[in-house]
Design a protein around this ligand. Sequence first.
Ligand code: VTB
Length: 358
Amino acid sequence: MVSHGPCPLDPFFFCQPPIPRPTVVDRTLIQEILEVVEQAAIASAHLTGLGKKDEADAAAVEAMRERMGQIQMQGRIVIGEGERDEAPMLYIGEEVGSGSGPGVDFAVDPCEGTNLCANNQDGSMAVLAASDRGGLFNAPDFYMKKLAAPPAAKGKVDIRKSATENIAILSQALGLAPSELVIVVMDRARHNDLIAEIRATGARVKPISDGDVQAAIACGFAGTGTHCLMGIGAAPEGVISAAALRALGGHFQGQLVYDPAVAQTKEWEGLTREGNLARLAEMGITDPDKIYEADELASGENVVFAGSGITDGLLFHGVKFEKDCVRTSSLVISTLDGTARFTNTVHIKPGAQSIALR
Ligand code: VTB
């Protein structure tokens, strides 16, 4: 037994070992969080391929919220389905959970890649990031320039540098020739120049129609055939990617995009650069050009990422329905114990006669 030495105040007693500080994000919560994303994935998986992206999203939102309600916590949504007046559930600021217990902040995207889900294409998933209070950046509903890369390139690649420079750095850090690298970029008009620049280096481009969260996280693992994510996607989801990459020790940087000429999106029709800057200032963002590192976007003492496949993807399979069970494949990455847990769960129906092994 380890003695902890005499207590300075009482020579007859030995000091107790230091009581571990109760962490808000503990192992029980992590298990519950896994179940939250599993339930959301199952709910929207019933709607894959039906061409109904809003319904698929709504199903995931409802299932996520219901399962969150069973957790003993004072949960709060910091990134969710939108502002209170535009989202009935999981809106920003909504309190979730039983109402007693630890304070936990959540960034959720119950159906990331709704188009992929609606079209039954690879890459849609139910995802969230969780942290102790204040540990997730309250990202505005803007666009974000992102750079994600494997741990070996962390702090070496830099969003301030050109794609050409970053590919040279990545090539060196990973010991791979540019022609052996795969750079994921969302297939959008705003990325035409970026794609041309990447191709000119000899690196291979993988254009994706949607789902840059999964692509970013895949950069954190070797063997996914994805070495880097470049380009502009949504800012709120950038926080979820950052949480996962921080926990993996990978690279993630983000920079808000406020100029409609850069974002080139129909969503911003009629909006101006000045108007967007004013909106950011109203939200308290004093430096709109700030480059956010992963540990600023997900700064909590402990952060957890959880994702469960709706359709098959780079990280896990989608939901599989069997006669007597439903199978989910998920990933939970946690700074608490330094793990990335790939979980394959069989949800057994009552009275099941046969449960498939795989
Ligand atoms: C989507 C989605 C991404 O960003 O593209 C969205 O597929 C925003 O981009 O996964 P567009 O408005 O150009 O479609 C993500 O949601 C996340 O960054």
